[in-house]
Design a protein around this ligand. Structure first.
Ligand code: AMP
Length: 396
């Protein structure tokens, strides 16, 4: 049976999923796993789709192992343990940045890799890891089809007004513009909503991807028209360790008055701010919602206030709102955060049924709520596999 692997290679982890392709061309999740704590003490866990552990490995002294080293080990294991009757025919990768050029997934070849390499300065914390995984696989299996699936692609055709920063034109022309991210997640949500409620999906929808990274996307008829992330994945909402939108004057002050270097500011904004910075306790929403500390409450309050404020802003971009969809780690699992965001949007017609919200319901809006409210689990790995399949079909 043919199989497709999805790879999501981040700064300290590599997530992977294996999908098999049945005779009707439908993808079925067969196994999935994660290498975590890369750069510290990497460990690997993989499970089959029925939850059985199929591989566990630790590299206790492996702080120096790179993404490529670990992928080589994983590849060697997979070659020694062929999954019964499954033949990997392609690997799809999440690639954070497709720049101004790529509005759709692409088959990887040397010229594409060079172009994606040139985009590394636009996503220095993510893009190099994405490309390292592609290069590692290309060295191990040069004939295997690899497909790059871009997080920016879903937002590529949003209106010009939602793409421009208020800077002199020359900066826009050299690529300093609002791109938007989490596109694979939003594309999946748009598809799922289309299956669940086609009429709603054809309308004005805001999807809230609230995880460690967090953003909102305003969609009309399943297409992105605005989003809270911009030039980088630092913009917009408050996140686990990222500050989100911030007065640019703060950056100037930190550098000119406090003498902070660009690297120090980068570390502050990407790794030390957000829920972690405000609470001083954790970047993890589960820990904060379980904490009695006033600083934890303050961090959650700021997170929900910012999210509600941005929902209102994107409602203006859409000219109204028909549905709000929550997804990702916090959006799917925290009834408290959903409830607090919706309470601030009551005036907009977002009213939720607290009993449905506290349970596992997909629809959590009150039956007479002018705005429908849904919780839909995202699946970026499946979206990558679907794109990879389409590129594969195009090459057969
Ligand atoms: P993600 O980046 O999508 O994996 O989301 C990670 C975030 O989801 C972390 O802040 C987790 O604490 C949060 N999260 C996961 N499960 C829960 C839960 N049951 N309640 C609150 N937050 C959760």
């Amino acid at each position: 049976m043919k199989a497709i692997v999805s790879l999501n290679s981040g700064s300290s982890s590599i997530k992977f999923s294996l999908f098999t392709l049945d005779a009707e061309g439908t993808l079925h999740l067969s196994a999935g796993g994660k290498i975590e704590r890369i750069g510290i003490a990497p460990s690997l866990r993989a499970r089959s789709s029925d939850g059985k552990t199929i591989l566990e490995r630790d590299w206790p002294g492996g702080a120096a192992l790179s993404h490529a080293d670990l992928l080589r080990d994983l590849f060697a294991w997979a070659t020694d343990h062929p999954l019964e009757g499954q033949e990997v025919v392609a690997i799809g990768h999440r690639v954070v940045h497709g720049g101004t050029e790529y509005a759709a997934p692409r088959r990887v070849d040397a010229p594409l890799l060079d172009k994606l390499e040139a985009l590394c300065p636009l996503a220095p914390l993510h893009q190099p890891h994405n490309l390292a995984a592609i290069r590692a696989i290309a060295a191990l299996a040069p004939d295997l089809l690899q497909v790059a699936c871009f997080d920016t692609a879903f937002h590529h055709d949003k209106p010009a007004v939602a793409s421009r920063l208020a800077l002199p034109r020359a900066f826009h022309d050299q690529g300093i513009r609002r791109y938007g991210f989490h596109g694979l997640s939003y594309e999946y949500i748009a598809r799922r909503l289309g299956e669940i409620d086609p009429a709603l999906a054809a309308g004005r929808v805001i999807a809230a991807h609230l995880g460690n990274g967090a953003s909102l996307c305003a969609m009309r008829a399943g297409k992105s028209v605005d989003t809270t992330m911009g030039f980088t994945a630092l913009d917009g909402l408050m996140m686990g360790t990222r500050c989100g939108s911030i007065d640019p004057g703060v950056v100037l002050h930190l550098q000119t008055q406090l003498g902070m270097s660009a690297t120090e500011v980068e570390t502050l904004f990407y790794r030390e701010s957000g829920l972690l910075g405000v609470s001083g306790i954790s970047s993890d929403m589960r820990t904060l919602t379980a904490s009695a500390a006033p600083q934890a409450a303050e961090a959650i309050d700021l997170f929900t206030w910012r999210a509600a404020r941005e929902v209102a802003a994107l409602t203006a971009s859409l000219g109204g709102l028909d549905a709000l969809v929550f997804t990702a780690g916090i959006g799917e699992n925290s009834a408290e955060v959903r409830s607090r965001i919706c309470a601030r949007l009551d005036w907009l017609g977002v009213t939720i049924d607290e009993i449905a919200n506290a349970g596992d319901a997909l629809r959590i809006g009150m039956p007479d709520s002018p705005v429908a409210v849904h919780v839909i689990p995202t699946d970026e790995e499946r979206m990558i596999a679907l794109h990879t399949l389409h590129v594969l079909e195009g090459t057969l």
